[in-house]
Design a protein around this ligand. Structure first.
Ligand SMILES: *Cc1c(COP(=O)(O)O)cnc(C)c1O
Length: 385
């Protein structure tokens, strides 16, 4: 049986061109970029070039890019590094973030509250999972150290009005971070146009390798390093540079920016057809997230009284790899925090399904998925694991 992958929001395969760009840096060009000799110089040149490539896509200076080990680390460095540095300078101790963030942001904010004496305000989202700029405007004050709102939501695909939120923060002189890890595959990440101070990326969501990320930090933004040691990344993130992986991140991001429209044009009609057909063929189905302002490869649903985890198992057994939004794999499952933030009752929130398309998705695959889904949802409503 051929397997069909419909979980590109969880991760993507490495683009063959990206893999080729990385390959020399495992063996021939293996030097430590911090070394003085020629081996080091060649590796350092690759790191410099990768940094320039990322900076060109983000429309910023190369020294405003910090390479990290993943999207989660970028989020951690942004929140911890900026919040601690701002508080040390001004005494501001509030962090504003939304109820629909990725755990890399929400758990980090909660940790800063539990163990570092910050106060977190969890901003409400609307029924589509969007944060209104007015909500930020009402909450932000002179005691606010940092605002963090994601660019696009990984679970429900909704795109936030980042430009408007950034403008609100800038007018109040408050730092603004956005988690763009999910957004970067399809949305422009020009940090000047967006007006953000900090922006997180993770390569494996846009056909780069897992285990490498980047953080944009606007020049002049206070940031305390969270990994101390050698002076790498301008003294802001110690550790010998992962040369092949950051070369891979840069090449993946360059290709993503160059091919952005073509990639969106491939997935959008397939995704639109999928959403329409699911809502038509499955009773008790609702779309989650925004109907229009959503990532072009992203479809997400809830099915009333269905066991979302059981549905994923049934889909996997039928050859389809999808994802859900429930926090727990066995035992007593709870709807994800995002489902709860949308205001969905439990009997809907437990039956969530995320279907995300990508470069390898074909119309035949979508049809095959649509052919099996209604029966499997019915089973997941009756069977309950
Ligand atoms: C995947 C993801 C992350 C985490 O990135 P990793 O590189 O897997 O650590 C953070 N935020 C969002 C929105 C994501 O989709």
């Amino acid at each position: 049986m051929s397997r069909i992958y419909l979980d590109y929001a969880a991760t993507t395969p490495v683009d063959a061109r990206v893999f080729e760009a990385m390959r020399p840096f495992f063996s021939e060009t293996f030097g430590n970029p911090s070394s003085v000799h020629r081996y080091g110089q060649r590796a350092e040149a690759a790191v410099d070039e990768a940094r320039e490539t990322v900076a060109a896509v983000l429309n910023c200076r190369p020294d405003e890019i910090i390479f990290t080990s993943c999207g989660s680390e970028s989020d951690n460095l942004a929140l911890r590094g900026a919040a601690l540095a701002v508080r040390a300078q001004t005494g501001a101790d509030r962090i504003l973030t939304s109820r629909a963030e990725h755990p890399a942001v929400s758990k980090t904010a909660a940790d800063l509250e539990a163990h570092y004496g910050f106060r977190v305000e969890w901003l409400d989202v609307d029924e589509y999972g969007r944060v209104a700029p007015e909500t930020v405007e009402r909450a932000v004050d002179e005691k606010t150290a940092l605002v963090s709102i994601m660019y696009a939501n990984n679970e429900i695909g909704t795109i936030n009005p980042i430009r408007e939120i950034a403008a609100v923060c800038r007018a109040r002189g408050v730092l603004f971070h956005t988690d763009a890890v999910q957004a970067a595959a399809y949305l422009p990440v020009d940090v000047q146009a967006l007006g953000v101070d900090l922006l997180s990326l993770g390569a494996h969501k846009f056909y780069g390798p897992k285990g490498v990320g980047a953080l944009y930090v606007r020049k002049g933004t206070p940031l305390l390093p969270q990994l101390t040691g050698g002076g790498q990344e301008g003294g802001r993130r110690a550790g010998t540079s992962n040369v092949p992986y950051l070369v891979g991140l840069a090449e993946a991001l360059r290709l993503t920016a160059a091919e952005r429209e073509a990639r969106a044009a491939h997935v959008r009609p397939l995704r639109d057809h999928l959403i329409g057909a699911v809502l038509e063929s499955v009773p008790d189905a609702r779309l989650t997230g925004h109907p229009v302002d959503r990532l072009p490869n992203h479809a997400s649903f809830v099915f009333q009284n269905a066991d979302g985890n059981f549905l994923l198992q049934l889909l996997d057994a039928a050859g389809f790899a999808c994802s859900s939004g429930s926090a727990c794999k066995t035992g007593n499952p709870e709807p994800s925090e995002v489902m709860t933030a949308l205001g969905l009752p439990r009997e809907w929130g437990l039956g969530s399904l995320r279907v995300t398309l990508g470069a390898g998705t074909t119309a035949e695959q979508v049809e095959a998925f649509l052919a099996v889904l209604p029966d499997l949802v019915e089973k997941a409503q009756k069977g309950r694991g």
